[in-house]
Design a binder for this molecule. Structure first.
Ligand code: PLP
Length: 282
């Protein structure tokens, strides 16, 4: 069990970690986060995750001056964690009162927490996903902590016996999962939503596209359409904690085994992770 978290430069026990109720992350979800998979003690795709974090912080105007890589290294060594994940959250900071407009020059709140819950193994079990009209805000490319829409959608999915939700636009375009990216194979070509304000630029998505290029697998960054569902051949969802998972059911439509190409992609992704671990150095 992980006993300590990182808070504003200190490693403190979870019971003693204190945060003001006036923290803007708590009051407004005015915070950016990242989730990084830990494999054999190595934070996977660390530079990519930290680059996305910094990009997102810049996007919302939060600045900090902590050397996160340095503290992640110390934290992992202190806990001796080999398999699990790291959560990072940076909020705009603690204000003097609750007011939408933030005061100038707030000190950001920097929080990190390791988890020893092991992310999905590869290849993952097939999932059941439920399509839901996308009712999130218009900047899904920013990894903000205000995730009420994703939480509500995932609760609905769970209540109805599904593992994950897939957000669909009013025009029937498949966007992304509640916490995953989505790929659909049609006519031998993998479709995935292009990078824009409607989806998070997933790190795993980027790695899968690299595998496609390396292996000469055809893909197109264009959304699959619900109206074409009869011609969908395979689907998969992927993400830091999801791994690469074949989809066995999309709403009422069933997809049957053996999910051959998804399994091949999942194995290739696993190998990419292994190579990263082997060549990693701080
Ligand atoms: N899309 C959403 C909405 C997510 O929350 C996530 C991950 O949590 C992803 C996609 C997958 O991103 P990544 O591969 O960087 O984990």
């Amino acid at each position: 069990m992980i006993q300590r978290c990182f808070l504003n430069g200190d490693f403190v026990s979870l019971e003693r970690a204190c945060l003001s109720p006036l923290d803007r992350g708590f009051l407004f979800g005015d915070a950016i986060y990242e989730v990084i998979k830990i494999r054999e003690g190595v934070p996977l795709w660390l530079n990519e995750h930290l680059a996305r974090l910094e990009r997102n912080l810049e996007e919302v105007g939060i600045t900090h001056d902590l050397d996160l890589k340095y503290f992640i290294n110390i934290y992992l060594k202190k806990e001796g964690l080999k398999f699990g994940s790291l959560y990072i959250q940076i909020s705009r900071g603690t204000d003097r009162f609750r007011e939408h407009l933030p005061s100038k020059r707030l000190l950001p709140t920097v929080f990190m927490l390791l988890s020893d819950a092991v992310p999905a193994s590869l290849p993952s079990d097939p999932l059941k996903v439920i399509p839901i009209d996308d009712f999130r805000w218009g900047r899904c490319d920013i990894k903000v902590t205000s995730l009420a829409a994703n939480v509500l959608a995932k609760i609905k999915a769970q209540k109805e016996g599904f593992d994950e939700v897939v957000f669909v636009s009013s025009r029937g375009e498949v966007r992304e999962g509640g916490s995953s990216s989505v790929f659909v194979k049609i006519g031998g070509i993998w479709f995935t939503h292009p990078l824009d304000n409607h989806i998070l630029p997933g790190i795993t998505r980027e790695k899968i596209l690299k595998i496609f290029r390396d292996k000469g697998i055809e893909y197109i960054e264009r959304p699959a359409l619900i109206k074409d569902i009869e011609s969908w051949e395979e689907i998969c969802v992927c993400g830091t904690l999801t791994g690469v998972a074949p989809v066995a059911r999309f709403g009422e439509v069933k997809f049957s085994l053996p999910f051959e190409e998804v399994i091949r992609i999942a194995n290739a992704y696993d190998e990419l992770e292994r190579n990263y671990v082997d060549s990693f150095s701080w």
